[in-house]
Design a binder for this molecule. Sequence first.
Ligand code: G3P
Length: 309
Amino acid sequence: MKVYLDTADLGFIEYAFDKHPDVAGVTTNPSLIKKAAGKDFSVKKLDSYITQILEIAGEGNPVSLEVTARDKDGIVRQANNLFNKYNDIAGNVVIKVPVNPYTNGKSSLDGLLAAKELHEVGIPVNMTLIFTVYQALVSAEFAEVAMVSPFAGRIDDYLRQKEGIEFQKSDYYPANGVLGPNGYPISDNGIVSGVHLVYDIARIFKKKGLPTKVLAASIRNPRQALEVAAAGADIATLPPSVFEEYSTKGKAVVIEIPTQEIDQRFYTLPTNRNIPTNYIAHPKTEEGIEKFTKDIIPEWEAICNGELN
Ligand code: G3P
């Protein structure tokens, strides 16, 4: 499994690529850009900051940049702006697109339709905010995206919240799930943990021979990083705190892999444009869109829109 850095912090990116030559990419999102940029970033400064991230990561190490638009044409336009502006630097730009952007508060297929158009013109897409196997499968089969990002930690949050289990953000959640009051593991669409979600996606991609990479995201602790590796993730993107621990002392952990069978229904997809919108809806995708949208800073939006002055 390859490791990417889940941060837009230039200092950390510089440090990690210098100290750990095996780091293979970077993922950003509007919240991470807001966190890294602080208060006094002009559009020009943010532009140079992004340029430096791409240079440090270098050729062959993909850097995901996320659009802020929520409608198909807006996503395609911004993706082209970002790709045309930045990809010449090191040839490593990947455009992050939400699988279901909830345009005007309503579940929509705009992310998938945009990603398909981008694939057709050769722009690689990282389909983000994936919380179900179906969202991943339709992204890979219909839109032929380069990678999908299942949010392992946020699914674990969701499962715990369903049962009122208290937790800290970095707490480990068992890959095989936690038994609920009815004696069965707490589950969501048959998924019992973030690691299980990654496992089912990786397994179905393999079974179907799909080239789309599984990029495990929202990783909260080093043990979860090891478990997604064992579950078949091609890549895990790690925030700085997890990266530090994973790269120094992570390897001595016992790994249990969930063994549940994939539900047969995942093997059949509706044909092309007849994908029902509700098939790709998920409350955590909707919540993720709300959070990212709140965190969009005007300077990043300006860059996405190609307004650089
Ligand atoms: O890559 C997605 C990630 O940044 C979200 O992480 O911890 O906010 O769920 P988290």
